[in-house]
Design a protein around this ligand. Structure first.
Ligand SMILES: Cc1ncc(COP(=O)(O)O)c(C=O)c1O
Length: 441
């Protein structure tokens, strides 16, 4: 979900296209696939694509700003071209080559009809989760969905009654603040706490909340955490699962950022914790790792058959399946993307150090902790008294567009979330602008 879309994203970038349309009208149409589209998209279509991999690694990626804008990528079109965007949670570092190749094949074939790629997508997800995370979900317990947030909302509807409460930790991915009002469930806050080492979950506080209120039924975990980048350890997850079992709590574990965890931390999927299967639903997707958010494809993974049967109460017409492009892009990315993601992680690791090192040296008034995960940094600008809309204030001063901290809930005052998932050149410009605009204010 985006904060707000530009007034008319379609306005300019489509202009002129109709005159270029080829004169291939239905009467001339020849039924058939281009020769290079394999007959069974599920079976072999990835074979061979990975051979080209080194051609387009994230570390080589050059961000062509004009091309991003012309293509209507909202990260780059929301603000004027003199603003450098670091707001929405999407990186600029491209996709594995196999994703482009597969989508091009489908476009060349005009393959826009109904599809049966869901099952292959789920199988590719399970292979990826096993290889990358030591987590082997059973495909029968994985429900293909359009997006991650849909899986969160559906879980709240399926596993709680209106008189039961949900627990949420601020600061958090801000659309989650709509969860209570839109499902008419009361929200109990288990907010992160901050000390010199950064932001943390306080598990004693969670225990006290659960002991004090038996109507709490569901905990929404953001793991790894957006916006602080905090990664829960196996020991912390084990305690959360034990508390869940003791208090008959359902855990919904949003693991959309699971691939992008930096050296020093490890992502432990909640469903790999002993006992978690009976009380956990995990939601995730490839969209953050591979920057394919517009394609809409995700999975909701139930720990066991009982949970799966309860979630089945939400009909397919509400918890909708992904489209073919989302499935095919995800399959191609998961089945060929290992080396590409390793390179992406190395690039993001370099970027996070560059950002933190430069800010510590050149703008020591900015509070920043080295993020353990994601391409998002949580900056405390309160020393500058930025007001209630810190991102608007910062944009006017520096020409860098971030997300405003107060939208993320408690702990967000005076903060902005900055996206460092971009090329070194763009990141340096972002930091240069922050330094030029804030030094001496
Ligand atoms: C924690 C978290 N969950 C969910 C999403 C959105 O995922 P989707 O677009 O698949 O609903 C985001 C996007 O930034 C996110 O950070």
């Amino acid at each position: 979900m985006l904060e707000s879309l530009p007034a008319d994203p379609a306005a300019d970038h489509i202009v002129g296209l109709p005159s270029d349309l080829p004169p291939d009208l239905p009467p001339d149409h020849i039924v058939g696939l281009p020769p290079d589209l394999p007959p069974d998209p599920a079976a072999d279509h990835i074979v061979g694509l990975a051979a080209d991999l080194p051609a387009d690694l994230p570390s080589d990626h050059i961000v062509d700003r004009a091309a991003r804008r012309a293509a209507g990528v909202v990260k780059w079109t929301k603000y004027d071209s003199d603003v450098v965007p670091a707001w929405v949670a999407e990186h600029d570092l491209g996709q594995p080559p196999a994703v482009h190749e597969r989508l091009r094949q489908l476009v060349d074939a005009g393959a826009y009809g109904y599809h049966d790629a869901n099952e292959s997508m789920v199988e590719a997800f399970c292979r990826w989760a096993t290889r990358r995370h030591g987590w082997s979900p059973e495909d029968g317990l994985v429900r293909p969905t359009n997006n991650v947030v849909q899986g969160v909302w559906a879980s709240v509807q399926a596993f709680t009654r209106p008189d039961q409460k949900i627990v949420l930790s601020d600061p958090v991915y801000y659309p989650f603040h709509e969860l209570g009002p839109t499902t008419e469930r009361e929200v109990v806050k288990w907010n992160l706490v901050r000390d010199d080492a950064g932001w943390h979950y306080d598990l004693d506080h969670l225990q006290a909340l659960l002991e004090g209120d038996p109507s709490i039924r569901l905990l929404l975990l953001c793991h790894p955490q957006n916006p602080t980048g905090r990664v829960l350890t196996a020991a912390q997850l084990t305690r959360i699962v034990e508390l869940a079992i003791e208090h008959d709590l359902i855990i919904v574990s949003d693991e959309i950022h699971y691939d992008l965890v930096h050296p020093g931390a490890v992502h432990v999927p909640t469903l790999t914790i002993p006992g978690a299967a009976s009380c956990t639903i995990a939601v995730t997707s490839g969209i953050k790792t591979f920057a394919i958010g517009g394609l809409r494809c995700a999975v909701t993974v139930c720990g066991d058959e009982r949970l799966h049967a309860v979630l089945a109460a939400i009909p397919d017409n509400l918890l909708t399946a992904p489209n073919r492009f989302g499935c095919e892009a995800s399959i191609a990315a998961w089945d060929t993307g290992d080396a590409w993601v390793d390179d992406l992680r190395a690039t993001l690791d370099t970027n996070r150090h560059r950002l933190v090192d430069r800010l510590h040296a050149e703008l020591p008034e900015v509070g920043i902790h080295l993020p353990e995960s994601t391409f998002l940094a949580w900056l405390d600008l309160s020393a500058f008294e930025p007001g209630d809309r810190p991102s608007t204030w910062l944009r006017a001063l520096t020409g860098v567009a971030c997300e405003s901290g107060p939208k993320f809930g408690a702990g967000g005052d005076g903060h902005v979330r900055l996206n460092f998932g971009t090329s070194p050149e763009v990141l340096d410009e972002i930091i240069d602008r922050l330094v030029a605009g804030l030094a001496g204010t």
